[in-house]
Design a protein around this ligand. Structure first.
Ligand SMILES: N[C@@H](CCC[C@H](N)C(=O)O)C(=O)O
Length: 277
C-alpha cells in the first residue's frame, strides 16, 4: 500500500500527517510504529490522522498515534499542525475550526497575520479516575518512593495523563532516567507524560517532557499546559505564562479551575512524500 504523507512540526515535536478523509484506512499500531521509526520508517514523535466527523457542529476527527503505535487522546503541538494542514490542503477554510479527538472536542484558531495557532485545550481534570491515577483520594501533590528518593509531583489530565515535577535546573534534570521509570509506573494505569518544570519567574518556565510512547521530545504542547496549570495551582505562577521548551516557546493562559487552557504557538510543514507499507 502506498500512502501520501506530510511531515510537519510544532517547535520540533514532529509529525507524519495522513489524510484519511477521502479514503478511510485502518492503520495497525505495528504499521504506525514502523512509519514513526527514525531508521526504518519516515521518523516522527507522533502520527496525526485527519478524518471526517459525523458529529454535528464538528469539522474533523483528529486521531493521534504515538511513536510506539499507541493511540492517545491529546497532542497540543499536533493540534496546531492539524489546523495548518487542513487549511493548507484546502480541506476547509473555516477559522476557527472544531475537531474531535478520543478525549473530547477542541477549537483551533489561526491568526491570519502571524500564522500562529491558538488551541482551546479544554479544562484540565484533576480527579484521579479521570487522569487516570491509581490513588484513593485527590490531592494537590502526590509522592512516590523511587530508589529510596521521594519524588513529588502534581497529576492532571489535559485529555491525556500528565505528571509535573518542579526541579531546580531543567538542564541537569534526570529526564531520561526518572522520566522512563515514572512514565510506566503502576500509579499511572495508562502510563503518563512526565514534565520537569523549572520556574524562572511568575510568568516564565523552562520545561522538558518525557512523553508517553515517544520518550523525551523537544516540545510537548499538552505537557506545557499541564505544567503551567500545576504551577498556577501551587501558587508559583500567574495566569499568563511563557513556557520555554527545548524546541521553542509556547504562550499558555489559564484562568483557574473549570476554565479552558489556551495554548498559542507555531506549526510548520517540512516536506511531503510517499511511503510504502
Ligand atoms: N506531543 C504531544 C503529546 C502527544 C501524546 C502523548 N505522548 C501521550 O501519550 O499522551 C503534545 O504536544 O501535546
Amino acid at each position: 500500500m502506498e500512502l501520501h504523507f506530510t511531515k510537519m512540526h510544532g517547535l520540533g515535536n514532529d509529525f507524519v500527517v495522513l489524510d484519511f478523509t477521502k479514503q478511510p484506512l485502518a492503520l495497525s499500531s505495528a504499521q504506525a510504529a514502523l512509519i514513526a521509526d527514525r531508521h526504518f520508517g519516515v521518523g516522527c514523535d507522533q502520527i496525526l490522522i485527519v478524518e471526517t466527523s459525523d458529529t454535528d457542529g464538528v469539522d474533523f476527527k483528529y486521531r493521534i498515534l504515538n511513536a510506539d503505535g499507541s493511540e492517545v487522546g491529546q497532542c497540543g503541538n499536533g493540534a496546531r499542525c492539524f489546523v495548518r494542514y487542513v487549511h493548507d490542503k484546502g480541506l476547509s477554510a473555516k477559522n476557527p475550526i472544531s475537531v474531535e479527538t478520543l478525549s473530547g472536542q477542541m477549537t483551533l484558531t489561526i491568526d491570519p497575520v502571524t500564522r500562529l495557532v491558538t488551541v482551546n485545550m479544554g479544562a484540565p481534570r484533576f480527579a484521579p479516575k479521570t487522569i487516570p491515577l491509581a490513588v484513593g483520594n485527590k490531592a494537590d501533590r502526590y509522592s512516590l518512593d523511587i530508589d529510596g528518593q521521594t519524588v513529588e509531583f502534581s497529576a492532571l489530565s489535559m485529555g491525556n495523563p500528565h505528571a509535573v515535577l518542579v526541579i531546580d535546573d531543567v538542564q541537569t534534570a534526570p529526564v531520561q532516567q526518572l522520566g522512563s521509570i515514572l512514565e510506566s509506573h503502576p500509579i499511572f494505569p495508562e502510563r503518563a507524560n512526565i514534565g520537569f518544570m523549572q520556574i524562572n519567574d511568575r510568568q516564565n518556565i523552562s520545561l522538558r517532557v518525557f512523553e508517553r510512547g515517544a520518550g523525551e521530545t523537544i516540545a510537548c504542547g499538552s505537557g506545557a499546559c499541564a505544567a503551567v496549570v500545576a504551577g498556577i495551582q501551587m501558587g508559583l505562577l500567574d495566569q499568563h505564562v511563557l513556557a520555554q521548551l527545548t524546541g521553542g516557546d509556547l504562550q499558555i493562559t489559564w484562568a483557574g479551575e473549570g476554565q479552558p487552557v489556551m495554548m498559542t504557538g507555531p506549526a510548520e510543514t517540512t516536506f511531503e512524500g510517499r511511503l510504502t507499507l
